[in-house]
Design a protein. Structure first.
Length: 144
């Protein structure tokens, strides 16, 4: 049995097939982005709120504005199981939001609706409300 010196392996053919397959897949991915087949992407707006205080029955939030301030239609806050409209969207305005979670931890979120009709959660956190103040407390006048 004699070996032929002019035999070529199969490796170059497999390499070419793999290169063509990678090129086709890459072209399909690029085409899907270019032609909008991945059109489920939604714009993310940038605005901010800061929680400035938590009391036994209220949360205070300050609207910080942001680069997309002009696109905000309205915002609402959800504190525990209560929902409240945030009336003032002037930068720096502080709004009080009522809640009924005195002495416990509760979910707090702010959802804004934008002029294009989309909604976005712009703030979400768990907050701890102090216990409600107890009535009473005696007069402690003791003197000598």
């Amino acid at each position: 049995m004699a070996l032929r010196k002019d035999e070529k392996g199969v490796s170059p053919v497999i390499g070419v097939i793999l290169m063509v397959a990678i090129t086709v897949i890459l072209a399909a991915v690029i085409a899907s982005f270019v032609f909008g087949l991945s059109g489920t992407l939604q714009r993310k707006y940038v605005i901010g709120f800061t929680v400035t205080g938590v009391e036994s029955d209220k949360v205070y939030v300050r609207y910080e504005g942001g680069p997309d301030h002009a696109y905000v239609s309205y915002c609402k806050a959800m504190a525990g199981n209560r929902e409240t409209s945030i009336s003032s969207l002037s930068v720096g305005a502080v709004t009080s939001i009522s809640h009924d979670s005195a002495g416990s931890t509760f979910d707090f979120a702010i959802v804004c609706t934008f002029k294009d009709g989309s909604q976005q959660v712009v703030y979400s956190s768990k907050l701890v409300a102090p216990a409600a103040p107890t009535g009473g407390g005696g007069a402690g006048g003791g003197g000598e």
